[in-house]
Design a protein around this ligand. Structure first.
Ligand SMILES: *Cc1c(COP(=O)(O)O)cnc(C)c1O
Length: 328
């Protein structure tokens, strides 16, 4: 199959804006264009909806009536999946991880999961390590009750889901070609680098292939919020090769640099310095970043990359969403 023939549903409100702010440039120390993927939709917004356009098209093609996926208690992906499934009339089962396998406080993303009727299965971190088998078992038990089930992996990060970010790069290249100014700023012809937060690798893989296919940038700097550099290098390589098996007209990826020095205290925990930075950005520009993903990624750009590898460069920063997590 070629890229444009892979089935897709239109779920996101696109194109999302390219956004520029002088005070943000000053805070970061380089020219930053923000791709506002925090605005891909209403409460289901963020980066996951772009992956779900492909993943749920596949679920419907398989005539599924039930979708199973997994994540942390405050998973943005679980919330986006539950809301999009409700839109499509599909049932959702979520395998969610909590410290003791007990139910967590029903706030933020979790509030939205329950609001739209998702069934939640709580597991401990140890059980979650075997999420693939657990989801398979759940699928078998639902099938024995007559359900037709589609399993979506963590973060929607399969090769198929990653196509959402190949398409996002096509969207950016079309925005650049219009040469329409953004506010009072002329759009550039291309970017030196793309920067974004990396959690399950699918966004990075899609951007890496899409930026090559549509000449958006020469380099991707992906900022890990969990795991380490080696883990993501291997994961992104395997996803990009999967993307090219699925859509054989796509090229190999641009250069991918993984940064694992901005994780802070751990997944889902931001340092005081990172929280201060999020508040500084909000005060200076009105741009709201989340403490789990986009806040750490922009912090990494401001406090690391913009001083070294990306000094004086023109950067496309993807704001991947995550507002409900900030409010949880
Ligand atoms: C999931 C997520 C990411 C990371 O994207 P991956 O494709 O999982 O690497 C970044 N930001 C937000 C807000 C997310 O929800």
């Amino acid at each position: 199959m070629i890229f444009t023939e892979v089935p897709r549903l239109a779920l996101a409100h696109t194109p999302t804006p390219l956004w520029r702010n002088d005070r943000l440039d000053a805070l970061i120390g380089t020219e930053v264009w923000v791709k506002r993927d925090d605005m891909t939709a209403g409460p289901e917004a963020g980066n996951k909806i772009r992956k779900l356009e492909y993943l749920l098209a596949q679920a419907l093609a398989e005539k599924a009536d039930t979708v199973i996926t997994c994540g942390a208690a405050q998973s943005n992906h679980a919330r986006a999946t539950a809301l999009c499934c409700a839109q499509l009339g599909l049932n959702t089962h979520l395998l969610l991880r909590s410290v003791n396998g007990d139910q967590e406080k029903i706030t933020g993303n979790l509030f939205l999961d329950t609001l739209c009727g998702a069934t939640i299965h709580w597991v401990t971190p140890t059980e979650y390590a075997e999420r693939q088998q657990r989801m398979q078992q759940l699928s078998e038990s639902l099938q024995s009750e007559g359900r037709r089930v589609c399993i979506i992996p963590e973060g929607g990060s399969s090769p198929r889901g990653s196509l959402g970010y190949v398409r996002a790069m096509q969207e950016v290249s079309q925005q650049l070609q219009t040469k329409q100014p953004c506010g009072n700023k002329p759009l550039p012809a291309t970017f030196d680098a793309v920067v974004h937060a990396c959690g399950s690798g699918g966004t990075a893989a899609g951007v890496a292939v899409g930026a090559a296919r549509f000449s958006v940038a020469r380099q991707l700097h992906t900022i890990a919020v969990c795991d380490d550099q080696r883990y993501f290098q291997t994961l992104v390589r395997s996803l990009t090769s999967g993307i090219r098996q699925l859509a054989h007209d796509l090229p190999s990826s641009i250069d991918v640099v993984v940064h694992d020095q901005f994780i802070g205290p751990g997944y889902g925990h931001a340092s005081e310095e990172q929280m201060r930075f999020i508040s500084q950005v909000a005060q200076a520009t009105g741009l709201v970043l989340d403490p789990v993903y986009s806040g750490k990624a922009l912090f990494g750009l401001a406090h690391g990359l913009a001083k070294h590898q990306l000094a004086g460069k023109r950067v496309l920063f993807i704001h991947t969403g995550g507002l409900p997590g900030l409010l949880s």
